[in-house]
Design a protein around this ligand. Structure first.
Ligand code: G6P
Length: 613
């Protein structure tokens, strides 16, 4: 969702802002804008559409200045148009603000300001806040920084904001609550952004802002931070580990394809230093201190959204199977509004690629307030969720730019497998031989995923046949049921074909009514406990003339006889099948979307990082 970027230093700000906005494009947005100050002149340009449209719109106009702010907006209050795009102006038009988040009490604040003569040009909550700040500055006769602090004490909601003012041409004012913000510290220059991607090529030294903190950034001076309650804070400077190459397409047509192909490596990275079949150990350093909590847990609750929720479903099977702990898997958005029952001896595992999903973050706070232990499984290092949890394990998949999550999912499932194995080992719910068998198999997964990637041409061929379908059904059972859900989600997200994932046996209770000769049914029919049952389900589809695309174990001949197309994947232990079987489904969706001319990396209406609830 909305991306913010800002610069102050001795370089020209505009190219840095535009490059930064391009780096943030992956978050999802529908309009963009920038503002720079040069010689007392505040130049603001914004328009509906992509960053490329903004650059065209600006053309040869004056973009000079060594201080500036930039924004990509994902519409919440007010439709995506030029006026609602950020930066938003104050009443005097002397200052502008960019904002990520939602000011929930904007309506009463707006009414109050209107009564006092304020005229609003846009439908945004952001404009209300910058008007309020300027109003306080004038009314109270305080400096801008103090006016920001006073205003933020009146605000309910989430924000990460940056303010640029004509009267303060050597200062940026930034603040955060709920929405992410990171400040890059260079030599005589500062960068501000929603995440580290726009900063990485200039500096590795960053400060992650905490909630309710305000940063006062003045040219040539040290970074100053204080809370909205006026308490000075010492900035904690950290070093970024991210590599610039990870943010480039590296020869692939799309980030999504690159990320699908990165999986053998990213799965390996998720296991690195945590698993050794030779020494027969699984160890997750990040949760060592909390192992006893797992051992004593009467229940594990997973909270997550989207693809991460699907990983949680795989986690349910893993933890119940291996560690014999009852598991519930909750949509974060449902959990937080349901007055849920949470006990102090519950372990809550929050799964999130971005580590910024607003609902997941709020669900964590709720569970924390009830005394549960909160463990995070996040991909983005230093993200809000990673910091809000008691402990956790990073997935180490590297930056995921494609909106449709791929390598993050397999990395999450890998970490969940390691975690379940570790807990099972500590609890003694797994035999030594089974433990050894599983860790040996797990180590072999990257190579098996590599083999699946070799099927790309065959998958592309199948994609061509079904690219014009209007519906698709995905079926799986046991460990592959979450994979069916994930396969269906991938297809609808990027190709806009309606798709549903179902437990294969449940098909009889509804979706079977939809099956006809036009309907592709994608079945994960790998060898395992439910294999025969799935074979029966395939027959039920065939009897109704449905088209079967089956994901089968190498060497399978039974399903091959029945299916219209089969994609073979290497054999592995049943509990590890999700890691291998999801890959052909990712590729199938990818090719169908490309063939339909869809914007694979930035599908319409979707955002990578959902920072509003
Ligand atoms: C958005 C993304 C999905 C992601 C979901 C949860 O919908 O488009 O790819 O699965 O949010 O995000 P998280 O970062 O918490 O895993």
């Amino acid at each position: 969702m909305c991306g913010i970027v800002a610069y102050i230093g001795n370089k020209q700000a505009y190219p840095i802002l535009i490059k930064g906005l391009q780096r943030l494009e992956y978050r999802g947005y529908d309009s963009a804008g920038v503002a720079m100050i040069e010689k007392d002149e505040l130049n603001v340009y914004k328009c509906k559409g992509k960053v490329g449209d903004l650059v065209k719109f600006i053309g040869e106009k004056n973009t000079k200045g060594t201080i500036g702010i930039g924004h990509t907006r994902w519409a919440t209050h007010g439709e995506p148009n030029d006026v609602n795009a950020h930066p938003q102006f104050s009443a005097s038009q002397n200052m502008v603000m960019i904002h990520n988040g939602i000011i929930e009490n904007y309506a009463p604040l707006k009414e109050e300001l209107k009564k006092r003569g304020h005229i609003f040009l846009s439908d945004t909550d952001t404009e209300v806040l910058i008007h309020l700040i300027e109003d306080i500055k004038q009314k109270e006769g305080v400096r801008l920084g103090e006016a920001v602090r006073i205003a933020l004490n009146q605000v309910v909601g989430a924000y990460s904001i940056v303010i640029l003012s004509k009267e303060n041409p050597d200062e940026l004012f930034a603040a955060k609550k709920g929405s992410p913000m990171v400040i890059g510290i260079g030599v005589d220059e500062f960068f501000i952004a929603s995440d580290a991607t726009p900063i990485i090529e200039y500096t590795k030294n960053v400060v992650y802002m905490e909630d309710e903190e305000i940063a006062y950034i003045e040219r040539g001076k040290d970074l100053k931070i204080k809370t909205i309650k006026n308490k000075a804070k010492t900035p904690y400077v950290q070093e970024l580990e991210m590599k610039l190459e990870a943010l480039e397409k590296g020869g692939y047509d799309h980030f999504m394809l690159k990320e699908i192909y990165e999986q053998p490596r990213s799965i390996k990275d998720s296991m690195r230093g945590r698993l050794s079949s030779e020494n027969r150990i699984v160890n997750l350093g990040g949760i060592t201190e909390y192992e006893q909590k797992f051992i004593n847990a009467k229940r594990i609750i997973f909270i997550a959204c989207g693809t991460s929720w699907h990983a949680g479903l795989v986690g349910e099977y893993l933890f119940e199977d291996l560690a014999r702990i009852p598991v519930e898997v909750e949509y974060a958005s449902e959990f937080r509004y349901r007055n849920p029952i949470v006990y102090e001896d519950d372990v809550v595992i929050a799964i999130s690629q971005s580590g910024e999903t607003a609902d997941t973050l709020a669900a964590i706070e709720l569970a924390k307030s009830k005394g549960a232990t909160i463990i995070g499984i996040c991909n983005v290092v230093g993200s809000s969720i990673a910091r809000a949890t008691h402990a956790g394990s990073y997935t180490h998949a590297g930056p995921e730019i494609g909106v449709a999550s791929t390598k993050a999912f397999t990395a999450q499932v890998t970490v969940l497998t390691l975690m379940a194995l570790r807990v099972a080992f500590m609890k003694g719910t797994i035999s030594a031989s089974r433990f050894n068998e599983l860790i040996t198999e797990l180590e072999a997964i990257p190579e098996k995923v590599e083999k699946v990637l070799l099927k790309n041409d065959q998958i592309k061929f199948i994609a061509d046949i079904y690219k014009n379908s209007t519906n698709a059904l995905y079926l799986g059972r046991g460990y592959t049921f979450p994979v069916a859900l994930e396969g269906a989600l991938k297809l609808k997200e990027i190709s806009y074909i309606h798709a549903e994932g179902y437990p294969a046996a449940e098909m009889k209770h509804g979706p079977i009514a939809l099956i006809d000769e036009e309907m592709p049914v994608i079945v994960i029919a790998t060898k395992g406990a439910s294999y025969e049952k799935v074979v029966s389900n395939i027959q039920e589809v065939k009897a109704r003339k449905g088209k079967i695309i089956a994901i089968v174990t190498e060497g399978d001949s039974i399903v091959k006889e029945m299916a219209d197309y089969t994609i073979e994947i290497p054999e592995t232990d049943e509990i590890l099948v999700p890691l291998v079987s999801v890959v052909p489904l990712q590729l199938l969706s990818y090719h169908i979307a490309v063939m339909r001319g869809c914007n694979v990396d930035q599908p319409r209406n979707l955002a990578k990082s959902v920072t509003v609830e």
